[in-house]
Design a protein around this ligand. Structure first.
Ligand code: 6PG
Length: 262
């Protein structure tokens, strides 16, 4: 199996999926910190990403993480005021980030629409690209850190982060962050990492649960191409992992994955 080949893990239901993903993420962070002294994780918006964070908050094993030596980034953000409950960062704080001793300087939120860039979403995206570039390893081809784990929720249209089918952002090959206007999922204005930035991650984990994701998961794994199915273009340099519940996995051709785990 090559690094680009997705691995599928299918759980009984979305609650178990969130708990197992939380256990997996805690372990991955602890391992990265043991190996290199630090870890970096890219968070996703959406219900499944939030459920994963809530499961970490509820896990006694969360105390195994050295929270002060963890960098957090975002894969995408809704471009609304900083305190808006629609913000992915606000939701992440509510589920987990306010309950663990993170170093605030290592929590790299994407700019908000009431920040220094005002309503200029392109300037805001460029500022985030600059922040990522400053944290990149010297000589890195794509100017972002080598994220240990990059989380992505998968939308019912196969979008990931705020990269939607046939939208300009999914075509981006140079920039690491783009401003998005007219997104089909509200709110319409967003900031997103691009596929080149996503593919710089060591591990990309895609999360999908529920019957309404079954067609999207089957389509993305059939590999029609990233313009039509952005999720099919999301892969890590070392590993690409799809974390699913049975309902979301229901339409995957049986030959594509080993027997379900429970
Ligand atoms: O800002 C966002 O809305 C997201 O980052 C988006 O890409 C999300 O992850 C998917 O739409 C899946 O969302 P659910 O997990 O809620 O289905």
């Amino acid at each position: 199996m090559t690094a680009g080949t997705p691995q599928l893990v299918v759980h009984r239901d979305k609650e178990l999926m969130a708990q197992a993903a939380a256990a997996r993420l805690i372990t991955r962070i602890v391992d990265a910190q043991a190996a290199r002294g630090t870890a970096s994780v890219v968070l996703t918006g959406g219900r499944n990403g939030n459920a994963l964070l809530a499961a970490i908050a509820a896990s006694p094993a969360r105390d195994a993480v050295d929270w002060a030596r963890l960098d957090l980034w975002w894969g995408d953000e809704r471009f609304v005021p900083a305190a808006d409950p629609d913000r992915n960062a606000v939701q992440a704080r509510g589920e987990l980030l306010d309950r663990v001793p993170l170093d605030p300087a290592r929590v790299h939120v994407m700019p908000a629409s009431d920040g220094v860039h005002g309503s200029d979403v392109e300037a805001a995206a460029a500022a985030y690209a600059e922040e990522l570039a400053k944290a990149a390893a010297p000589g890195a081809r794509v100017r972002v850190p080598a994220f240990d784990v990059l989380l992505l929720g998968v939308g019912p249209d196969t979008h990931v982060a705020s990269l939607f089918p046939e939208h300009p952002g999914i075509r981006e090959t140079e920039r690491t962050v783009v401003g998005v206007r007219g997104a089909p999922k509200p709110p319409p204005t967003r900031i997103s990492l691009t596929l080149p930035a996503i593919r710089a991650a060591r591990e990309v984990w895609l999360l999908a649960a529920g019957e309404d994701k079954a067609d999207a998961v089957a389509l993305a794994l059939a590999g029609p191409g990233e313009l039509q199915a952005p999720a099919s273009g999301a892969r890590g340099t070392g590993r690409t992992l799809w974390l699913l519940d049975r309902a979301a996995a229901a339409r995957i051709p049986a030959q594509l994955y080993p027997p379900a785990s429970a």
